[in-house]
Design a protein around this ligand. Sequence first.
Ligand code: ZN
Length: 499
Amino acid sequence: MPTETTYAELTSWIQRVHALGTVGELLGWDEQVNLPPGAAEQRAGQQAALAEAAHGAASDPRLGGWLAKLEAGAAGLTADQRAVVKNARKDYDRATKLPAEFVREKATQDSRGYHAWAKARSADDFAGYAPVLAKNLELVKREAGYLGWAGREYDYMIDKHDPGMTAEVIGRLFGELKRELVPLVREIAASKVKPRADVLRGFSTEGQQVFLREVTERLGFDYNRGRIDVSLHPFCSGTGSDVRMTTRFKEHEPLDSLFSSIHETGHGLYEQGLPADQLGTALGIHAGMAVHESQSRLWENQVARSRGFWRCFEPRLRAVFPAQTAGVSTEELYLAINAVQPTLIRVDADEVTYNLHIILRFELEKKLFTGELAVSDLPGAWRAAAAELLGLTPPNDREGVLQDVHWSGGAFGYFPSYCLGNMLAAQLWYRALALRPQLEEDFARGDFTWLLGWLRENIHSQGRRYDALELARRVTGEELSPKSLLRYLRERYGALYWR
Ligand code: ZN
């Protein structure tokens, strides 16, 4: 069975490359959680050495040989094997088709870009940053060209984060969403119901830690195969049996820590649910950022902002923080959890208006790539779009075009994943509810096992067999669309704000 032997050689090598990648992630996690300040330079050297070794393994010519052999005999492969080969080909091309000089130039520019952005942001100086951004754009377009995507550069950037997705599909989905979401947000903003944001004050870090551990454990995060630590910005890294989440604690904003931790738990549950023996191959890696975000958002929003969830956890919150919650009614607490208020800053946005921040970025990115919009005209275009979508005009660029780090490192095409994830999360939610209408009663009893089991079977265990669009079709029986998200937002927030 020469094909079987070749396939085994290929997957064992892919898993080795993946293992090196996870070591790099671990170093990155350690840098943000533990590293002594004086060790930054030494760590940079370690990471560079590891990245070089990983790139060497990922571009090993033997990989090219195995791939060519398997592609020639593709008819003899199973569907799963074909999925593995297809994904490995994509990775191999990305590792081998970029000239070494280009890779060096891009790495230098990415790090320069970050510093230029940080400086421009603090000085509110877009003009000083514009040439850097223009260079970033030029570099990613060149990268797309090297990989055979000339003329479809923005699609290349989107495909990097979400295999199979295109600007055309996103444009259609976002257009539909925008039409109904903009008026919905205006209605909520005009409501007489105003949540009190200041009802939760003085929550000790120790108490928050206890509560958060209890919640995330109950949701199903396996602390035997993962941990949670503290970092400046929350994130989740690692996979399989070693998933590292982080959070941060703010005494006067306990919901920030709680909900960002539940968000990261959603990512963590996905990674813990990937098939352990297939890690690194298409059968054992996530299906892209939109699907990843659908998992974090589903737990963070549909689950943890529901009445059922709080029927279970409100008594626990009051038990851990009796003094801090004494003057807060159940309804005030629930409203604080589901506060909606348009803001200029994406990372501060609630789950309703968040989508408008993403649509704004997508529309501008798309025009940057087609050339309809010049980099120098971005600030004005941003202000106009914020006024149209959010009803707010940024008084400066710090609260406008300079607020996000992504573009400074050339990460175009990343933003849409967040909103696509929200759409998929809502669609999964209604499918789960159709199969198990008593889902919120389960939650009220502290039982999240049915939902997790369903996600394990239908999403987590599938790895990257299917892209987001195919996965939506298979699991929900419907095309990915904003319908469920709009229905969910109307049902949840209508009940709170229109009364
Ligand atoms: Zn996330």
